[in-house]
Design a protein around this ligand. Structure first.
Ligand SMILES: [Mg+2]
Length: 215
């Protein structure tokens, strides 16, 4: 039974975007558009070049922001406020998901490469406000992003999370490599399975998966 694989888990770490809400909400489309606009304006490049730069940053540094900071010394605060200033109208409250998260034994946290104030807005719109013991954003990792090992170590140390007794839920399979290496149980939440040694479980539907973990 899948629940047996989680019987030791007392720390539950959830990514935010496309993990705690379905990709069909398309929030990330809005964020991506704002990231591209920001790159076009600040670096004075046309859209195609901005898209190319963003792909390069994502591959080389993990996120657009990490690339902008490394290659252009960008100030992360104004950037994060700008890209996360989006409409949450497409998010629906999910009280079943809320109940299933609440039922997990131990500490529950959110860890996103976005910023924590944005995460709090999203959680509120999903009916998940007040459910988590802590919400961490990229600012809590010194603006170093997942998938960097140092980012996970900084956030987990701040939370006093013990990886050997924790599980991580994420839609970006890259962000499960280090959690797996640190001894966490890993769950890839995504429309398509990516068979890889660092992925213990795959699910299309986070809520349904959590239902299988209930006693
Ligand atoms: Mg995500």
């Amino acid at each position: 039974m899948v629940a047996d694989r989680f019987s030791h888990v007392r720390g539950w770490v959830f990514d935010l975007d496309n993990t705690l809400y379905p990709p069909s909400a398309r929030l990330f489309d809005q964020i991506e558009r704002r990231m591209t606009d920001w790159v076009m304006t600040e670096l004075r490049v046309v859209r195609d070049e901005a898209d190319r730069l963003r792909r390069h940053y994502w591959h080389r540094y993990g996120t657009t922001l990490a690339g902008l900071m490394a290659e252009h010394g960008v100030d992360p605060g104004p950037y994060l406020s700008h890209v996360h200033d989006i409409s949450l109208d497409h998010l629906e409250r999910d009280m079943i998901l809320a109940a299933r998260i609440r039922a997990l034994p131990g500490r529950k946290i959110v860890y996103t490469n976005g910023c924590a104030p944005y995460a709090e807005r999203v959680l509120e719109a999903r009916g998940l406000g007040g459910l988590f013991d802590a919400v961490y954003g990229v600012e809590h990792a010194g603006f170093r992003p997942k998938p960097e090992r140092a980012a996970f170590e900084t956030v987990f140390a701040a939370d006093r999370l013990s990886p050997a007794a924790a599980a991580m839920f994420e839609d970006d399979s890259r962000n499960l490599v280090e959690p797996h290496a640190m001894g966490m149980r890993t769950v890839h939440v995504a429309p398509e399975a990516v068979p890889a040694p660092h992925i213990h479980h795959h699910t299309l539907d986070l809520s349904e998966f959590l239902a299988r973990l209930q006693p």
